[in-house]
Write a protein that binds this ligand. Structure first.
Ligand SMILES: Cc1ncc(COP(=O)(O)O)c(C=O)c1O
Length: 408
């Protein structure tokens, strides 16, 4: 018997994070008194305009760019769509080519967009990844040609936590074709890794505030000066004609406040995440048989190897059972976490990320992703480690494929 949890234990911070109360406080004036339309000229509007400008300057400071290099959007998906469609259509109009390169493990905000672009006549190369989710830099460089207009490679994978060698990838691409635009989906990297756009060398970078304790429904796209980009949302002249629509002033202000906090507290937060993540990465396989860590592998002999893994991510595949019943049982036991699988039309499709990493389909169906956050404690992780083995063995005892069941 394991003890009941004193509270709910939230281990799904890659899905979303709770709003930091300090961020809510910073947003409040823009929801109450400074509610004017920032595009208007009168006094009420100017408070909102000042809020928007100061948020832009704050985010630009963290990315090391100019405030005008940022376009505010409604989140990560919109930023990815704007980056890919905007760069693809601008390059086609300039007659520069129609070839796009991305990786097989991108978020669907990227992959569904490249599929659409393929239907519109673009040619897309999908790079494979190795068993830990890393792209191969020479395969990427070989794929770049004179007609390659765009490369999109994510910074951190949302399921396996793999940190792609981004700066190296950008260098390899630009060496071959300096005109190729490089986009990165950095939605899972904010607050976890350095976002300096010049050190990374990227031309376009997507962010979503709700992944770093900011509000939902707001994001940003960084655009390097002189990067050709066609707007995708048309209407008013907001965001210097690059994204129409009255700005979500409170949301944008909250995004800036939460990003600032994430980098002010960067060292203590990431050290805390790493401590809890490592306890999970080593603790789960110690307690549960027939389980595999997915993504970059931990090795007690080489802890530095885990630099290639996001500080907050521990992901696994369990043999002989599916991920979903584990998640449901954990939910009943007070723990919220996720599986890598997308549930489509009632059947559990194995994750495209895990299958691209070479995980066999059956095993990929038994996936579980744990992403830790600021409010998690060591005690919560110990409760989780105490609770999980009983759940797994109970589910396995019901599984027709569990060898110990057929033996008895
Ligand atoms: C890597 C990545 N890209 C894009 C998105 C989409 O972000 P949003 O839900 O803010 O549109 C997510 C969300 O989970 C993500 O993890």
């Amino acid at each position: 018997m394991t003890s009941a949890p004193p509270e709910r234990i939230y281990l799904d911070h890659a899905a979303t994070t709770p709003l930091d109360p300090r961020v809510l406080e910073a947003m409040m004036p823009y929801l109450t008194t400074a509610w004017g339309n920032p595009s208007s000229l009168y006094a009420e509007a100017q408070d909102a305009r000042r809020g928007l400008d100061s948020a832009r300057a704050t985010i630009a400071g963290i990315l090391g760019c100019r405030p005008n290099d940022l376009i505010f959007t409604a989140g990560g998906s919109e930023s990815d769509n704007l980056a890919l469609r905007g760069a693809a259509w601008a390059a086609r109009r300039a007659g520069r080519g129609d070839h796009i390169i991305t990786s097989a493990i991108e978020h669907h905000a990227v992959l569904h967009t490249t599929e659409r672009l393929e239907q519109a006549g673009y040619r897309v190369t999908y790079l494979g990844v190795d068993g830990e989710g890393f792209i191969d830099i020479s395969e990427l460089q070989d794929a770049v040609g004179d007609d390659t207009i765009l490369v999109s490679v994510m910074y951190v994978n949302n399921e396996a936590g793999t940190v792609e060698p981004l700066a190296e990838a950008v260098r390899a691409v630009k060496e071959k074709n300096r005109k190729t635009v490089f986009h990165t989906d950095a939605v899972q990297a904010a607050g976890i890794l350095d976002l300096d756009v010049d050190s990374l060398g990227v031309d376009l970078l997507s962010l979503a505030a709700h992944k770093f304790y900011g509000p939902k429904g707001v994001g940003a796209l960084y655009v390097r000066p002189r990067t050709p980009l066609f707007p995708q949302q048309l209407g008013g002249a907001q965001e210097k004609n690059r994204r129409a629509g009255t700005e979500n002033v409170a949301g944008v202000f909250g995004m800036a406040a939460s990003l600032q906090l994430a980098y002010d507290e960067f060292d203590s937060r990431t050290a805390h995440y790493r401590d809890l993540r490592d306890r999970l990465l080593f603790g789960v396989p110690e307690r549960v048989p027939n389980v595999h860590v997915t993504g970059p592998q931990p090795s007690s002999a080489h802890p530095e190897a885990l630099e290639g893994r996001a500080a907050n991510n521990a992901s696994f595949c369990f043999e002989y059972i599916e991920g979903e019943p584990i998640l449901i049982a954990l939910d009943l036991a007070g723990v919220a976490c996720s599986s890598g699988s997308a549930c489509t039309t009632g059947s559990l499709e194995p994750s495209h990320v895990l299958t691209a990493m070479g995980v066999p389909e059956d095993l990929a169906r038994g996936s579980m992703r744990l992403t830790v956050g600021a409010s998690n404690t060591r005690d919560q992780i110990e409760y989780f480690l105490e609770t999980l083995p009983g759940i797994v063995s109970r589910l396995r005892s019901l599984s027709p494929t569990w060898p110990e069941r057929t033996r008895s």
